[in-house]
Design a protein around this ligand. Sequence first.
Ligand code: TPP
Ligand code: MG
Length: 595
Amino acid sequence: MNDMAQGNREVVRGKVRMTPSEALVETMVAQGVTDIFGIVGSAYMDALDIFPAAGIRFIPVAHEQGAVHMADGYSRVSGRHGVCIAQNGPGVTNFVTGLAAAYWAHSPVVAITPETGSMTLGLGGFQETEQLPIFSKITKYQGHVNNPKRMAEITARCFDRAMLEMGPTQLNIPRDFFYGDIECEIPKPIRIAPGAGDEAALAEAVKVLSTARFPVILSGGGVIMSEGMKEAIALAELLHAPVANSYLHNDTFPASHPLWVGPLGYQGSKAAMKLIAKADVVLALGTRLGPFGTLPQYGMEYWPKDAKIVQIDADPKMLGLVKPISIGIQADARAAAAALVSRLSGKPLACQQNKAERDAAIKAEKAAWEKELEQWTHETDAYSVEISKGSSHMHPRQMLRALERAMPKGAMVSTDIGNICSVSNSYLRFDEPRSMLAAMSFGNCGYAFPVAVGAKIARPDRPAVAYVGDGAFGISFNELLTCAREKVGVTVVVFNNGQWGAEKKNHVDFYSRRYQGVELENPSWAAVAKAFGCDGVVVDRVGDVGAAMQESVKRQQEGRTTLIEMMVTKELGDPFRRDALSKPIRHLEKYKTYV
Ligand SMILES: Cc1ncc(C[n+]2csc(CCOP(=O)(O)OP(=O)(O)O)c2C)c(N)n1
Ligand SMILES: [Mg+2]
């Protein structure tokens, strides 16, 4: 670990002679960078050398994909840039999946990608590939340093744009451009506030909301990014409107608030779905209304097709993109919510007249869903019943409920892609923003563990917990190395069901249980953790879940990572995408039985 105490965070002022490496590092200091994830490489060693003097900690990781995920988790809980760096060529191509994930999580990650030297570019030398086309579709902006004199300018632009557009950017630097003499000034960061939105559109929204009889708020990721929770609460209370979380954003409204009704989408809250189905006006606050977020669930088509939809998003391209809307407002969610509160306050509101009725509906739906969840101790489809009969392992739902109950206050929870992680959506409730770090629309297995590590590095004062399937852990367990070496304490909960369950569910539902490549032969993941220098425990009884969680959280404070290996049955919850598969049809004779 670098000694941060030696770092000097004062940024040089005025036009000064320096090297491009110094310009890069000073610009990052000006942008507030204190941590960079990566694997060491000769390409950027000249800049790396002065990180400690600038008060920048370099966090060496096991795989560059892990570095991007860590930067992603870091940015999601801190609201600051997450930064990663790698060797040109193979180090940089290892960034691809991580950056695609960060792109769809709207994380301001800056990927610094040194490239082959400018004088050999195109000759097919060592570690050479075209590094801009690879990332063109998964970054908001690509800065290429085409002359060493522009190092500070282009670096600053990459950092500014990541915040402005809320997504990853790439800073591509030919490796010989770190050296030499330049004269330049370090640019000040540019931060643009998107504001509360167009006056006329706000006035329209006020008209629609003040006549609404059953308004429902859908609180999205924009509420977190704009730090707008307080304003969202004020708006909800003024309208006395139930608030649903958008899919995988369960931390966008406090679960302890009486108006909170839970998340929409896959394995979400039936209360949220039933209430939004009744809405005559939906205020979609800081959400792009992504295509997966409102898919039918539990056999319910709940999206209110006849309701007026008022959508607020900082990115105007998202307005009306997926769902038809009545009013679109390009705005910061916090500023727009505050503007609506001030314009609606003191006005006669139709929804005040039936407040008691709506209140009763909210309470009844929430209680019904709670009761159903409480009784839903295991899956009841034929496959699940058959496979879990006689198993001594835990039912996933009971284990998830026990985890929910044991969750420490202020926890940051990352979730992976998999059947049990998806079911956990019903059991993840938060009171604080920047707490839920799900793998978002990119949906890559292997996301959650490194993201929790990055989150912990940004917020060592908060407990960090990763939920990971046993298959996905096989993709990401190498970062146990980083935890042990860097003394980062997180809790990794690995759901050991011995299968790539989410995909197996498709074999069960659509392919007459013709299993291929879905069975796992796991090592003892707890023993693997110990071999890496972390702690590992195996839990096979629901009654032991809480103590294991509490114990692991204590060890986080000592910088120790604990893997809790949960032994669970092979039962499987509802699949994610019934819409995307259909029963097989075969025309050729040799495949006839494959139906
Ligand atoms: C990188 C990547 N590879 C493959 C997939 C396809 N996939 C989606 S879910 C899943 C199974 C996850 O299994 P596991 O992590 O064991 O969790 P479980 O479903 O068993 O709870 C797979 C292979 C993916 N989403 N990402
Ligand atoms: Mg599994």
